[in-house]
Design a protein. Structure first.
Length: 96
């Protein structure tokens, strides 16, 4: 399991809305990188189970050119734990 503290940030798309992400830095991505060699999804994604506070959900993390990964955080999760863009968030990630 990986535990990361990261700032929730927004990627804005034209017309389609906003996507919210947490960044998993390269130095904490070894387990994810290793798993991506075995079972890689679309865009190099790796299936995970994420937990913020008492809320957990299944999703995928996506590789970045920086060597790290990004974790999408959906609206219902953000609402349930009361977080928004710019908040420092602690998240635990386990391979699914």
């Amino acid at each position: 399991m990986i535990t990361v503290s990261s700032i929730l940030w927004v990627w804005k798309t034209e017309g389609a809305g906003r996507w919210y992400f947490l960044t998993i830095p390269e130095d904490q991505s070894g387990e994810l990188r290793g798993e991506s060699l075995v079972r890689r999804g679309g865009f190099g994604s790796v299936p995970v189970e994420a937990r913020i506070g008492n809320v957990s959900w299944r999703t995928s993390v996506f590789p970045q050119k920086s060597g790290g990964y990004i974790l999408p955080v959906k609206k219902e999760v953000r609402r349930s734990v009361g977080i928004g863009a710019g908040d420092d968030v602690s998240v635990s990630i386990a391979l699914a």
